[in-house]
Ligand binder design. Structure first.
Ligand code: DP6
Length: 391
């Protein structure tokens, strides 16, 4: 009888939020960046993609992917590049050991689910491609390290390469034309600085803005600020940031994070036509952080924004009450707030205009912390007959 076995492997992968931003490609085909970047991996209890990779001689071609139960295309150049690289590595193992099943030739059936709203602009492509690559690598029993696999995830989405590792992760831009030195590197594991917290303010955006991929291409072509940023500003800040993380110097971490976010958004504004990712609610969040730091008399909180209006505010556990106090009167009623065990009840230092803007514009709050890299799990989103499990 023919072998109709269904092979499966499942993983969860985290979201990461950059404190030194990736913005600009030196090679769009290989997805190579103009500058290095650095991010904090966030806890998967709050934000994660769960992916099951399966293959079987019983499956039909072509490869398929379901995301939150809806079919997605796997025929984009980015997805095809990831699948091709993973199959090539598996095929190498099969050539070396003919007793191995020829999984590299079988159709893949993939199923993914996010534990957060996919359209909320929360770096879902980073977690998504990291989970896809990790799950297929596990299915194929590949022996490559997370850093080696990050070369593959990078081709899916640049920021995804950093989600292959936990803690504090750099993506070195590399100089080789083939991109083999453009990969993720562990700066420090979560255990080195476990007290890092992140408060995410999900801002209700009326419409989706310019995508990162399209936006950064226009910036490279038109912004003169961008050149200085890539050549001078970022290399200096990468060194400062790595040092701040290794010495757990929150003050420097925070100052570099905020200036970095502002520098990135300045290059967006310097793009022709200009790209506006921040809105009035984002600016109110910046003000709230400034007021919190002023009140504390030191820098206890740092904001950062990606390609959208959502604010991510980093702070340390020891300063949780002082930071959350600012947001408490604003956010108590918002979805997600209930998950904190903080006992503060007196109002914080935010001014009435700031409170009003945040109250009107923030739709959801996520309180989370630094977290681990991808985790292999036994819960499969494809059952043992190859059918998707509805999530
Ligand atoms: C602003 O990784 O989404 O979040 O490589 O084109 O998929 P592609 O871009 P993507 O860009 C992320 C940009 C950013 C900054 C960052 O995460 O470093």
């Amino acid at each position: 009888m023919a072998d109709l076995k269904i092979y499966r492997a499942s993983t969860t992968a985290p979201v990461n939020i950059a404190v030194i931003k990736y913005w600009g490609k030196r090679d769009p085909a290989l997805n190579l960046p103009t500058n290095s970047s650095l991010s904090v991996t966030l806890s998967q209890s709050d934000l994660r993609t769960h992916t099951t990779a399966s293959c079987s001689p019983a499956f039909d071609h072509p490869d398929t992917l379901l995301l939150n139960n809806a079919p997605q295309s796997l025929s984009t150049p980015r997805s095809l590049a990831c699948l091709r690289s993973l199959r090539a590595l598996r095929s190498g193992l099969e050539d070396a050991d003919p007793s191995l099943p020829k999984l590299s030739t079988l159709p893949l059936r993939l199923a993914s689910a996010n534990n957060f709203p996919t359209a909320a602009g929360l770096a879902s492509s980073a977690a998504g491609f990291a989970a896809l690559v990790r799950a297929i690598a596990d299915l194929y029993a590949l022996r490559q390290s997370p850093t080696e696999l990050s070369l593959i995830a990078r081709q899916g989405s640049g920021s995804a390469c950093r989600s292959l590792l936990g803690g504090y992760v750099a993506w070195d831009h590399g100089t080789r034309a083939d991109g083999l030195d453009s990969r993720a590197r562990l700066v420090a594991p979560k255990a080195h600085w476990p007290d890092m917290r992140a408060l995410i303010l999900v801002v209700s955006a009326a419409k989706k803005g310019v995508s990162s991929t399209a936006g950064m291409q226009t910036t490279v072509q038109t912004s003169s600020l961008f050149q200085t940023r890539a050549k001078e500003v970022v290399p200096k800040r990468m060194a400062e940031m790595e040092h701040a993380i290794l010495s757990k110097d929150f003050e420097t971490f925070a100052k570099v994070t905020m200036r970095e976010s502002n520098s990135f958004h300045a290059t967006c504004l310097d793009t022709d036509p200009p790209i506006f990712y921040l809105n009035d609610v984002s600016r109110a969040a910046i003000k709230a952080v400034e007021e919190t730091n002023d009140k504390a008399g030191r820098t206890i909180a740092a904001y950062t924004f990606d390609a959208g209006p959502n604010a991510v505010i980093y702070y340390q556990k020891a300063d949780e009450d002082a930071v959350l106090k600012t947001f408490l009167p604003i956010l108590r009623q918002k979805e997600g707030w209930g998950e904190t065990d903080t006992k503060i009840d007196d109002p914080g230092p935010a001014s009435p205009q700031v409170v009003e803007a945040l109250e009107a514009g923030v739709s959801r709050v996520i309180l989370t912390s630094v977290g681990e890299g991808p985790i292999s799990v036994q819960e499969h989103l494809i059952d043992d007959e190859g059918k998707p499990v509805i999530t």
